[in-house]
Ligand binder design. Structure first.
Ligand code: HEC
Length: 246
């Protein structure tokens, strides 16, 4: 009994120590807005162009995506579904999984549910935290996901990013502190535009994580309106019934 107790205490202590020594990065708040259909559409386009080559969305069908995002089937099939044959197909790529794992040292996971696993703030920060690191196979590392196997696939948009440090006073000592990423300005987008594009992409990933959220929200609003009208009617009815009773 005592042995078990001690083992439990040791376990808790070691995991606390691990958490304390862990890599802690401040996460930026992702400006998520699931009611912004245009943002979701831009995000879907980015996903198809920059992510699907490696990451599938096995739990998401084109038909559902088009319907939820307000894209006509013909337009979607022509402009977004490059590899699909039918509108009912799942969002998949043709890349052989084992090869991908060999090339990148880790298999690119399915991203249908990634926003539920990692959270939108993590994703938003992750996609804006790649930086040049010549010691890595693809020449980049990531502040949020150290030693990540994924190359910086959005570099043509962002430009070449590097880590920025500032000398700050920490506990009475002056230390070099990581303050963020700066780019060399060679990207197609400005920093604000890049942040906006990543926000659209994360917005889309947040949607695919729980597609019924869009529906339940609009249904919720309808239910509230119905209840409000019902309340007014019930109130008038009550007044009518009780008007002669004093
Ligand atoms: C060239 C292939 C490739 C492309 C394209 C790519 N990724 Fe990745 N991605 C990877 C690999 C490989 C990993 C696994 C990294 C690891 O575990 O070290 C990964 C990991 C991730 C992860 C972390 C998943 C987790 O929870 O561990 C996220 C999120 C992610 N990618 C998002 C994206 C997004 C968004 C795009 C499109 C902008 C994208 N990726 C494009 C190869 C790719």
């Amino acid at each position: 009994m005592l042995k078990q107790l001690l083992a439990a205490v040791a376990l808790v202590a070691s995991s606390a120590a691990l958490a304390a020594s862990g890599h802690v990065v401040h996460l930026d708040k992702a400006p998520i807005d699931l009611t912004d259909k245009e943002s979701l559409q831009r995000g879907a386009r980015m996903y198809q162009n920059y992510c699907l080559g490696c990451h599938q969305m096995e739990y998401q069908r084109y038909s559902r995506t088009f319907r939820d995002l307000g894209i006509p089937d013909e337009v979607g099939m022509e402009q977004l579904a490059f590899t699909a044959k039918k509108v009912g197909d799942h969002i998949k790529n043709a890349a052989p999984k084992t090869d991908l794992a060999r090339w990148f040292g880790a298999a690119p996971p399915d991203l249908s549910n990634v926003a539920r696993v990692r959270g939108p703030d993590w994703l938003y920060t992750y996609l804006r935290s790649f930086y040049v690191d010549p010691s890595r196979p693809f020449g980049v590392n990531n502040e949020v996901f150290p030693l990540v196997g994924m190359p910086h696939v959005l570099q043509e948009l962002q430009g070449v990013p590097s880590k920025q440090h500032e000398t700050r006073l920490v506990d009475g000592e002056s230390k070099e502190v990581y303050v963020g990423i700066v780019t060399d300005g060679t990207g197609e987008l400005s920093t604000e535009e890049y942040d906006r594009a990543v926000a659209d992409l994360v917005n889309y990933l947040e949607y695919t994580g729980e597609p019924s959220k869009l529906e339940s929200r609009s249904l919720g609003i309808k239910v509230m309106i119905f209840l409000l009208i019902f309340f007014v009617l019930a109130f008038l009815l009550k007044k009518e019934y009780w008007k002669d009773v004093h």
